[in-house]
Design a protein around this ligand. Structure first.
Ligand code: G6P
Ligand code: MG
Length: 215
């Protein structure tokens, strides 16, 4: 295919913030008396903050009012933002910065397509803002992955047709979102889990422009 744009998910593709999300959800779950494990945390990948809270509550068989849910999600986010405020450029995943540079050098446009409302802070703390021609995050979309909205908005901001875009994703919901948007998708992680992706690699350190053009 003729690749004109690459759209990247953030958590799990460019930075490993899953550990910070886990620590803060775990703290909230402990306060609520809910047993929340690392295994349960897999279900929260790529999922919005409110949906994540609902999954945690489901695990604990608890129901809360809308107002209580807002308060709980805010509390979790305060702990999470406290942790990411200390992030450093060395927390960028192996090969991510180098691959972003290769893509730019090849004249291919780049966008961020993340569900996180904290994406701007993370990119700023890790020094990655200059690598992106467009940033679309949880503050710009109404529907969550697997809906393709976040990636379609990225393509639109870059003025590139979906058929010429490649998405990089570590979550099943994200792979489905890219395909629903008519884009090619490269899974980051395990081929067994991300079996709908056009290609799966273990990380961006395993990517290069030749693999991109061979899609
Ligand atoms: C990403 C992560 C999810 C997280 C979501 C919302 O998709 O993979 O685990 O829940 O962003 O993040 P936020 O920073 O807005 O709470
Ligand atoms: Mg992700």
């Amino acid at each position: 295919m003729n690749v004109k744009a690459c759209i990247f998910d953030l958590d799990g593709v460019i930075v490993d913030t899953a550990v910070y999300h886990f620590k803060s959800w775990k703290r909230l779950a402990d306060e609520l008396g809910i047993n929340f494990t690392l295994h349960d945390n897999e279900r929260l990948k790529g999922v919005s903050r409110m949906r994540s809270l609902e999954i945690v509550l489901e695990i604990g068989h608890q129901t809360k009012t809308e107002a209580e849910k807002q308060e709980l999600a805010t509390r979790k986010n305060e702990w999470y933002t406290e942790m990411i405020s200390k992030m450093k450029p060395d927390e960028v995943l192996p090969g991510a910065r180098e691959f972003l540079q290769q893509v730019k050098n090849a004249g291919i446009k780049t966008a961020l397509g993340s569900a996180s409302k904290n994406a701007g802070t993370i990119l700023e703390k890790t020094g990655l803002i200059p690598f992106f021609d467009a940033i679309v995050d949880g503050n710009h979309v109404a529907t969550a992955k697997p809906d393709p909205e976040v990636f379609l908005k990225g393509a639109e901001a870059l003025k590139i047709e979906p058929a010429n875009c490649v998405v990089f994703e570590d979550a099943i919901a994200g792979v489905e979102a890219a395909l629903a948007g008519g884009m090619k998708v490269i899974g980051i992680g395990s081929g067994e889990i991300l079996n709908k992706a056009d290609l799966v690699v273990s990380g961006l350190d395993k990517m290069n422009i030749d693999k991109l053009n061979s899609l």
